[in-house]
Design a protein around this ligand. Structure first.
Ligand code: PRP
Ligand code: URA
Length: 209
C-alpha cells in the first residue's frame, strides 16, 4: 500500500485555514495556494534519490550530494490543480508539466475527462498529480487511470483537503500511489462537497461561480 502522509506543519495549517475562510478573495487564495504547495512539495520530495558527485569548492575538491537527475512531471487536474503548478515549479524549475482536464458532472458527481496531454517519456518520470480537493475521489482515480494507460508508473497524488471517502476510493483503486494531504476533513455533504472544506476550489481560484 502506498503511503498516506498528512503534512501538518504549523505554516501549512495556518495557510490552509486562511484559504478556507469565505472572506479570502481570489488573489489571496491563489497566493496562498502557491505558498502551501511549495511547503508541501518540499516534504513530498523528501525521498527523491540523491547521488554523490565530485565538485570543487574555493577550498578543495569534495564529494557531495545532488538530486539523481530524476525526471519529474507535474500533472495538475484542471482547473483547480493549475493553482499548484507555480509552487511546484518554484522547487523544480526543470519539471515538465502535463494537463488532465476533468470536471464533475453536477448530477452524478462522476468525473468527465475532456483533455489529456502528458510529457514525453512519462514512463520514466516521477509524476506528481496535483489537485486541491479529494472529495469522492472520482477525479483523482480517473486522472491516475489515464496516466497509467499512457505508461506512467511512479505516481504520487498531492492535495490540500481530503474527505475520508476520497482517500478510501483512491487507496482502493490505486494502492501503489503515495497520497500527500494537508488536512483530512470530516465528510462529504449531499452535493459531494467536502465539509467543512473550502467550497469550490476552481471558483475560488479563478473567480467564477
Ligand atoms: C474539483 C476539484 C477536483 C474534484 C474533486 O474539480 O478540483 O478535481 O472537484 O472531486 P471528486 O474527488 O469528487 O472527483 P471540479 O470538478 O469542480 O472541476 P473544476 O476544477 O473545473 O472546477
Ligand atoms: N470539488 C471542490 O472544489 N470542492 C469540494 O468540496 C468538492 C469537490
Amino acid at each position: 500500500m502506498g503511503k498516506l502522509l498528512v503534512f501538518d506543519h504549523p505554516l501549512i495549517q495556518h495557510k490552509v485555514t486562511l484559504m478556507r475562510k469565505k472572506e479570502t478573495n481570489n488573489k489571496e487564495f491563489k497566493e496562498l495556494a502557491k505558498e502551501v504547495v511549495t511547503l508541501m512539495g518540499y516534504e513530498a520530495t523528501r525521498d527523491l534519490p540523491l547521488e554523490e558527485v565530485e565538485i570543487e569548492t574555493p577550498i578543495c575538491k569534495t564529494k557531495q550530494n545532488m538530486l539523481k537527475g530524476e525526471d519529474i512531471a507535474i500533472v495538475p487536474i484542471l482547473r483547480a490543480g493549475l493553482g499548484f503548478v507555480d509552487g511546484m515549479l518554484a522547487l523544480y524549475p526543470n519539471a515538465k508539466v502535463g494537463h488532465i482536464g476533468l470536471y464533475r458532472d453536477p448530477e452524478t458527481h462522476l468525473p468527465v475527462e475532456y483533455y489529456c496531454k502528458l510529457p514525453t517519456d512519462i514512463e520514466k518520470r516521477v509524476i506528481f498529480v496535483v489537485d486541491p480537493m479529494l472529495a469522492t475521489g472520482g477525479s483523482a482515480v480517473d486522472a491516475i487511470n489515464s496516466i497509467k494507460q499512457r505508461g506512467g508508473t511512479n505516481i504520487k497524488f498531492m492535495c490540500l483537503i481530503a474527505a475520508p471517502e476520497g482517500i478510501k476510493a483512491l487507496q482502493e483503486a490505486h494502492p501503489d500511489v503515495d497520497i500527500y494531504i494537508a488536512q483530512e476533513d470530516e465528510r462529504l455533504n449531499e452535493h459531494a462537497y467536502i465539509v467543512p472544506g473550502l467550497g469550490d476550489a476552481g471558483d475560488r481560484l479563478f473567480g467564477t461561480k
